[in-house]
Design a protein around this ligand. Sequence first.
Ligand SMILES: Cc1ncc(COP(=O)(O)O)c(C=O)c1O
Length: 427
Amino acid sequence: MDVFDPCYAFQDAELIKSAGCYPFFRVLSASDGPIVTIEGKPVIMLGSNNYLGLTHHPDVLRAAHEAIDRYGTGCTGSRFLNGNLELHESLERELAEFVGKDAALVFSSGFLANAGALGILAAGDGTVVFSERENHASLIDGFRLARAHPRVFNGADDLERQLSERTAWPNALVVTDAVFSMTGRVIDLRRLIELKHRFGFRLYVDDAHGFGVHGLQGRGTGDMQGIAGDIDILFATFSKSLASMGGFVSGEKRVIDFLRHKTRTLMFSAALAPAQAAAARAALHVMRNDASLFEKLWENVNFYRKGLLRLGYWNMNSTHPIQPVFVGSESLAFRMCQEALELGVFTTPVVFPAVPLGQALIRTSVTPAHTIEQLQQALDVFALLARRFPIPHVDPANLPEAAEMDFSYLFAEPPEEGEVPVAHLHA
Ligand SMILES: Cc1ncc(COP(=O)(O)O)c(C=O)c1O
């Protein structure tokens, strides 16, 4: 047995490549935000997390350039030792003030923030961790670092059922995404806070996809639902609305100070690069000062969302800029994304294990930087796909059961337009 045997046996990627619809690691040679260049051809980017479209905002670009001029390109060391910039500290103060917490701690990536913070917080003797079943990989890797074995819950009702085993849970840490990254589903944080008051646990919320989208000036999902002050630890990333890299956790001063001195992913990893920190800070300023960004975002989301629904697609009831297109079959998702790209629209297939087997979807997302014309072009492409491929009309209460991996569409010739009847999964 050679340790490389699993590598040599791995064939999934080759299988999809041989069918001509491998959708991963696509090479972009240029980008202006809503339009990217792939193989020399401009396509509409409908697969990003650039929720405020700020990656090319003049203030953000200028701040990044100035930070390079002032500090150079890298910190060449961790914040703990030689790489702690005034820029990191001011960003932390501004973030903490913005989200209404005592303190914040900035990491080089959101993944490192979640994994590092939970690697410590979930490791306490006797701590019981409850984790939402769709939680992001960085949270799950945090539990792994902590050697914790979380109890998985499926929404607030299920959490309540599990907590009801005891009258109080002062030793419990409940961890959840506020917005689930593949479907745009928003969790009811108010219910979780009611449970928190009843059972006395601590609540850690990952608002990667709600920060910069929900709430006053983008303060996040907790702010939108009126319970921000009840979240014990709030996490968000700079890699989405803030158009940069990096992430932060925020909360009580003594807790954040403890994490500052204990978190291995902060202490033993190089500090967030100056340009990234400055870009995130500038994006935060733009987001706080330009209300028109949000108006444009929601105008675009509404336009695009209604268009998808009119075409007969099921968007899994998402009202978020993430607009999933439910497809069902894994191979159909690969095939449709490939066709969409050839027709000028970049989307991403989401397949098992990111979603249950047989519940594949195409993830699309809208930004304020898209023009209505670009979104209409994208809808025209989806209209064409709807005529070419069987769009499942799904009864949301009755999703398909986990099925065998279905590769039939990978190798099928795409049918001629209009040839395919709409498929009813639950006819
Ligand atoms: C819900 C969620 N949490 C955390 C992260 C990690 O953030 P980052 O991209 O900053 O590493 C992501 C990014 O994919 C995410 O979607």
